[in-house]
Design a protein around this ligand. Structure first.
Ligand SMILES: Cc1cc2nc3c(=O)[nH]c(=O)nc-3n(C[C@H](O)[C@H](O)[C@H](O)COP(=O)(O)OP(=O)(O)OC[C@H]3O[C@@H](n4cnc5c(N)ncnc54)[C@H](O)[C@@H]3O)c2cc1C
Length: 378
């Protein structure tokens, strides 16, 4: 296997601590959390205490102010266990950076320290019942009043939505101006008029909190506008390569875990008097999957090098997101097949890996949208 060269000693020590947490505090509970439709309440606080939340946030807000490889490690170690990795990434590496880059000093002081500790959970609300891919078509409106804005509308499929304490909301401040009429707001879950619907029942990532949010005459102070009015679309584009990399990272890590489980399983499972791995079909299939994941790993690591230097372009990040999530779905599907009937049973991790994988091709911009982005550079 090709040695990874991205990480230093500090990163490896951090990885050990995340891995140990995953093995002791996450893996034994995944099935129960899936059935309960959510993780235990204490998990976010535990992650905060261990320094797994918002690792890149500056020290003045309580963060460790380390590089994005630490976020990558949290994702690689936790994404294979259901939606927890993706939930943490949404909180730490999507919502917190918006607040940090575009929030007023009041917003940053109020929310970031509590996001670092896990006291407060962050969500990003773009998608609406009538529009997901076409973000500029959102219908949620923010009307300017003397001391701020009044917001009306609704959002759907919002990760961390049900448990959220702060939501970065996408709304129209100039409904006739398309992308040039979009603004971002920091919405506090305690603001009157903001309500949460039920947790949505998903076919995979069942423990991950995905909810509908409703805004009925929510009065938002002017200090909760993120950045400038009508500049929100540009802000959303700002961190897209990194956001898409997070999904690609989770895809490769999750598929690698599923493949390793399958290698172990096929060594132990007997058919026709021999181990399943001794059939040439099995070995060739596993060899193909190992090869493709190695290729994906090298590409993702190289993209991360570029991301650390801030030179990763949107089209390359889109390639990573689309290709790695397609590969993840292919790998976990083959892994289910090699498990036979057991692969279809919920208590088998490979079955959960299969159902969990499917959403990866949809959120963060569908893979069709990724190809559209790539095709614009041809
Ligand atoms: C588990 C989960 C978590 C999510 N978390 C969040 C979240 O935290 N915040 C949030 O805002 N949203 C979230 N989403 C929503 C997600 O981002 C959207 O579902 C996604 O962007 C697609 O939008 P849509 O569902 O409206 O599909 P549509 O936009 O209606 O697309 C339907 C189909 O048309 C295709 N299509 C659309 N436009 C084009 C085009 N231009 N060219 C080619 N094909 C096209 C799409 O690829 C898709 O196949 C989440 C979704 C899921 C499933």
């Amino acid at each position: 296997m090709i040695e990874r060269t991205l990480f230093h000693r500090d990163h490896e020590m951090f990885r050990e601590s995340v891995r140990s947490f995953a093995e002791k505090e996450v893996a034994p509970h995944v099935l129960r959390w899936d059935e309960a439709g959510g993780v235990d309440h204490g998990v976010w606080r535990q992650c905060g205490e261990l320094g797994f939340l918002c690792p890149t946030v500056p020290g003045e807000y309580g963060g460790a102010e380390v590089d994005r490889l630490f976020s990558m490690i949290v994702l690689e170690e936790l994404a294979p266990y259901g939606g927890l990795g993706i939930s943490l990434a949404m909180h730490s590496d999507i919502v917190a950076p918006y607040l940090l880059a575009f929030g007023s000093s009041e917003v940053k002081r109020r929310y970031l320290p509590r996001m670092v500790t896990g006291e407060l959970i962050g969500a990003l609300a773009m998608s609406e019942p009538c529009t997901g891919s076409d973000v500029k078509a959102v219908k949620t409106v923010a009307v300017k009043v003397s001391d701020g804005y009044v917001i009306n509308g609704s959002k759907i499929f919002i990760s961390n939505g049900f448990e959220s304490g702060v939501v970065v909301l996408v709304a129209k401040t100039d409904p006739r101006a398309g992308a040039k009429g979009v603004s971002l707001f920091a919405i506090d879950a305690t603001m009157p008029g903001f309500t949460k619907g039920r947790k949505l029942k998903k076919v995979g990532m069942r423990a991950q909190d995905t909810a509908e949010l409703f805004f009925n005459d929510v009065h938002v102070p002017a200090s909760h506008l993120l950045g400038e009015e009508n500049k929100g679309f540009g802000y959303l584009m700002h961190e897209l390569p990194w956001e898409r990399m997070q999904i690609a990272i989770a895809a490769v890590a999750s598929a690698e875990v599923a493949l390793n489980l399958t290698i172990t399983y096929t060594r132990e499972r007997q058919a026709f008097g021999k181990a399943v791995i001794d059939f040439q079909n099995t070995r060739f299939k596993l060899a193909e999957l190992r090869s493709e994941l190695q290729i994906a790993r090298v590409f993702v690591d190289r993209c991360m090098e570029l991301e650390l230097k801030k030179t990763l372009d949107p089209a390359t990040a889109a390639m990573a997101k689309y290709w790695c999530t397609d590969l993840q779905c292919k790998v976990v599907d083959e892994c289910v097949q090699l498990h036979g009937g057991y692969g279809f049973m919920q208590e088998y991790a490979v079955a959960r890996a299969w159902t969990d994988a499917r959403a990866q091709r949809i959120y963060g911009g569908t893979n069709e949208i990724m190809k559209d982005i790539i095709s614009r550079t041809l």
